[in-house]
Design a binder for this molecule. Structure first.
Ligand code: AMP
Ligand code: TRP
Length: 330
């Protein structure tokens, strides 16, 4: 069976964007692939996190993974820092990556060009740690949102470079970016991505939002004065975003949603979108509350880390050998 791997960085509460762009797909894929998913906690701390808040977000994220339908019988689910080999391979890959490549990473470039000060070295090299996350398991496919595609491409470049330098070692992974829902936009500014860093923003729906709050956010989503339900992200970004949310959650095509609602006013359409969103959230939240205080989470992470460590350790030893770090064969 081919292997698929992905991670989410819960540096805040998980959002509807995370669900549509990432989590939901992991659940779909777990039947067809050998699935590995992890909570990328080492990536979180590239920006300072309050330890108490971080711990809560990590725990919520594991519970939400499970609540969204990831099944530990089918997928390996673990906390990144529980598998030490990630960071170690990260360093080796960092030594096989050029600063020019990291300078070109959009996330870094955007922040640096805005003159942001206080960017950490960890933030700068994070794409190499992400490459390690992927390559250490020889993943065939990496499902990600649009914004993460560039990092998977860097992982491919690093894998090819390493294979050429040291002989065939890593599988070269393919990014998988879905067509519908790859980029859910903010409800209050549909030209901006819906993001968990928008603290307290009306534009972002959190998976654990109170249902009334979520409904209000959808109902007050920014639209336009055209008054027609069209999928036209350039001229009607707000409405197009709502169409996309509806299509993703219902599993319908964009065309089908437009056809169904084309004679509706915006208010009526928003209400329909809010119903679908609340229905999705309520199912997730129900399961979340069942497991958040049970011992299930600890068991899942322990089991997951065991399985992942076995694979990662074997691979790291191989890499160390190829690079010439070991003296005696282990
Ligand atoms: P992040 O929240 O940026 O750590 O992203 C975690 C995963 O969710 C990545 O695969 C992202 O591409 C995806 N994701 C995050 N926000 C969105 C969004 N607004 N629309 C679609 N996918 C998203
Ligand atoms: N960098 C990803 C994000 O910000 C999370 C992530 C870390 C990841 N390692 C990964 C995603 C490996 C896919 C594969 O969302």
């Amino acid at each position: 069976m081919e292997r698929m791997l992905s991670g989410i960085k819960p540096s805040g509460q998980l959002t509807l964007g995370n669900y549509i762009g990432a989590l939901r797909n992991f659940v779909k894929y777990q039947d067809d692939y050998e699935m590995i998913v992890f909570i990328a906690n080492l990536h979180c701390i590239t920006v300072y996190q309050d330890p108490k808040e971080l711990r809560k977000n990590l725990k919520d994220a594991v519970a939400l993974y499970l609540a969204c339908g990831l099944d530990p019988e089918k997928a390996i689910i673990f906390l990144q820092s529980d598998v030490m080999e990630h960071a170690q391979l990260g360093h080796i890959l960092c030594c096989n990556t050029y600063m020019g490549e990291l300078n070109r990473m959009t996330q870094y470039k955007d922040k640096a060009s805005k003159g942001e000060t206080g960017l950490t070295a960890g933030f700068y090299v994070y794409p190499t740690l992400m490459a390690a996350d992927i390559l250490i398991y020889d993943a065939d496919y990496v499902p990600v949102g649009e914004d993460q595609k560039q990092h998977v491409e860097l992982a491919r470049d690093i894998a090819n470079r390493f294979n050429n330098r040291y002989s065939e070692t890593f599988r070269v992974p393919e990014p998988v970016v879905q067509k519908v829902g790859a980029r859910i936009m903010s409800l209050s500014d549909p030209n901006k991505k819906m993001s968990k860093s928008d603290h307290g923003d009306k534009g972002c729906i959190y998976l654990l939002d109170d249902l009334n709050v979520a409904r209000k956010k959808v109902m007050s989503a920014v639209t336009d004065s055209i008054g027609m339900i069209n999928f036209d992200p350039v001229n009607q970004p707000g409405i197009s975003n709502l169409i996309q949310i509806m299509a993703s959650l219902n599993g319908e095509s964009i065309e089908k949603v437009v056809e169904k609602y084309k004679d509706c006013g915006y208010g009526e359409f928003k209400k329909a979108v809010a119903d679908v969103v609340c229905d999705t959230l309520s199912k997730i939240q129900e399961r979340y509350h069942e497991i958040i205080n049970s011992n299930e989470l600890e068991k899942v992470l322990e089991e997951g880390a065991k399985k992942a460590s076995y694979l990662a350790h074997k691979k790291l030893l191989k890499v160390q050998r190829k690079v010439g770090l070991d003296i005696f064969k282990k």
